[in-house]
Structure formats: C-alpha cells, structure tokens
Design a protein around this ligand. Structure first.
Ligand SMILES: NC(=O)c1ccc[n+]([C@@H]2O[C@H](COP(=O)([O-])OP(=O)(O)OC[C@H]3O[C@@H](n4cnc5c(N)ncnc54)[C@H](OP(=O)(O)O)[C@@H]3O)[C@@H](O)[C@H]2O)c1
Length: 257
C-alpha cells in the first residue's frame, strides 16, 4: 500500500538534493535529471557541484554547509528565487567515521550529531513552512540500516541514523494529513567515498547508481521506508525485534567484533 502520494512523472518536477556533490546524492540527482526533473544540488564542495551542473544542463548549484542554519536558509531562499521552491527535498548529506566506545571521542560524536541530525533539522526548518503553506511536497531523509539497532564501529554514526528513523515517523504522523509525503531511505552498504574507509567486508555492496534507482523507485511507489538491497536489509529487519541476547550473539558472530 502506498503511504505517500506516488510520483508518476518527473518531468518538470523541482527537486532539491542536499548532499549531492558525490556518492548516492549525486547519483540520485543524475537519475532524476535524466527523467526530466529540474534539479538543484547542494553540498560544501563548490567544485563537485559545478561539475554536476556542467554535466547536467538546466540544473543549479546551491552551496551550503548543513551545520550552519543560516547557510541552509540562504540556499533555500536562492532556490525559491530561481525555481520557485521544490516539490521534493532529499536531505542526504551525511558524515561517517567508524568509532568504537574504547576510543570514545566527544568531538567525533558531536560532529556526527551536527551533520547527520542537526543538519537535517536545518533543512526541514528551511523548507517545511513553504510545503505546509502549499499543502504539497515530499520530504525525504537519508537514514541507514545502522539506525535499526546497535552495530560495532557505529558508535557515533548509528545513533544519529536511529534518530532520523524516529523523526521520519513523527513527521509522517504529523504531516501526512497536510498533504505532504515523508520518506526515510535506509540503504545497506553502497560503494561511495563515505564507505571507502571501511576496513571490513561489506556484504551485498552496491553502486551509487543502483542505490539511486532504488530510491527513485521508492519515491515513485509512494513508500515510507525505502530500504535496499532487500537480500541484506530483510535479514536485519528480522533481527530488529529479536531478544537482546540473540541479537548481540548474531551480530558478534556476523562481524567477528
Ligand atoms: N554509502 C553507504 O553505504 C551508506 C549507507 C547508508 C546510508 N548512507 C548515507 O547516505 C548519505 C550519502 O552518503 P554517501 O555514501 O553517498 O557518501 P558521500 O559520497 O561521502 O556523500 C556525502 C555527501 O554529504 C555532503 N556533506 C557532508 N557534510 C556536509 C555538510 N556539513 N554540509 C553539506 N553537505 C555535506 C558531502 O558533500 P561535501 O563534502 O562536498 O560537503 C557529500 O555530497 C549519507 O547521509 C550517508 O550517511 C550511506
């Protein structure tokens, strides 16, 4: 059953992707541009955004730092001026560094919260009033299966993605009846600059282009949670409700950590 309004036709649809200078965000922006969407791309790296715009005529670059609320508001104001706003906003920017509690680092913990959680709140703060006033639009958050339950190495990253999963559910409950679409994207492992630092085997690893297709398909189908690859995520979902003793033993056995 579709929980959100389906998006059948991308032609002329205005899409803002925050975290689109590389990886999954960039691939998703490219996939939507290929389907006729008007795409605005944001991130900190001007060079990455300019390269996207020169390869995708008609798209626009809106540089910003999600940790700086004023810079997100500034980019959103520019979006309003140039494209009249956005029909779909994808808060995809993220930060990841593997961390274990034996090496606890408060600065690293804070950095993940600032980019992955507060950064998303800054995006929501900038776009929600327009969407509510219009009574339409779709807001999609980038989560991760690392947000389902505790995983080794994910001390700083996992809790921020767990928070986004919870946030997306609350947003859905509050905003669905106002005509807005809300979704959370929970990928397994995708080969991007973010995961290049992982020194462990990443099961069911997929490309950014494959991930982008799954995301676009999910939005089209009106899904609330878009998770992939299913051969990996369905196993983790089974473990979501497992008793703690069973869960810890299964994760230790699977990761060797
Ligand atoms: N790869 C995976 O296996 C995987 C799995 C689950 C979820 N995810 C999530 O997918 C999202 C995209 O990650 P990715 O794997 O595609 O890695 P990526 O290529 O490193 O992309 C991260 C994006 O976030 C942007 N970003 C980071 N900090 C930012 C900031 N302070 N302000 C604005 N933009 C910022 C980066 O651009 P700049 O550096 O230019 O600012 C880049 O465009 C993240 O939210 C990540 O947590 C990834």
């Amino acid at each position: 059953m579709a929980l959100n309004p389906r998006i059948d036709d991308w032609n002329g649809r205005r899409v803002w992707i925050v975290g689109a200078s590389s990886g999954i965000g960039r691939a998703t922006a490219a996939a939507l541009h290929a389907r006729g969407a008007r795409v605005a791309v944001s991130a900190r790296t001007q060079g990455g955004l300019d390269a996207f715009v020169s390869e995708h005529p008609g798209s626009i670059a809106l540089p910003l730092d999600v940790t700086d609320a004023a810079s997100v508001q500034g980019a959103c104001a520019q979006l309003r001026t140039t494209m009249g706003g956005a029909d779909l906003v994808f808060a995809c920017a993220g930060h990841y560094q593997p961390l274990r509690a034996t090496a606890f680092s408060l600065p690293l913990m804070r950095r993940h919260v600032e980019v992955n959680y507060l950064g998303v709140l800054h995006v929501i703060d900038a776009v929600l009033p327009d969407m509510l006033a219009a009574g339409r639009g779709h807001l999609s958050l980038m989560g991760s299966v690392a947000g389902y339950r505790g995983l080794p190495q994910a001390l700083a990253y996992g809790p921020t993605k767990a928070a986004l999963n919870n946030l997306a559910e609350v947003l859905y409950l509050d905003l669905h009846d106002h005509g807005l679409g809300i979704s959370i994207v929970n990928p397994g492992f995708v080969d991007t600059p973010l995961t290049a630092q992982n020194r462990f085997h990443m099961p069911a690893l997929m490309t950014s282009e494959q991930a982008a297709l799954e995301i676009v398909r999910g939005w089209q189908a009106g899904q609330f949670e878009i998770h992939f690859p299913r051969r990996f995520t369905l196993g983790l979902k089974t473990l979501q409700s497992a008793w703690h003793g069973l869960y810890f033993a299964a994760i230790r056995r699977a990761t060797g950590l």
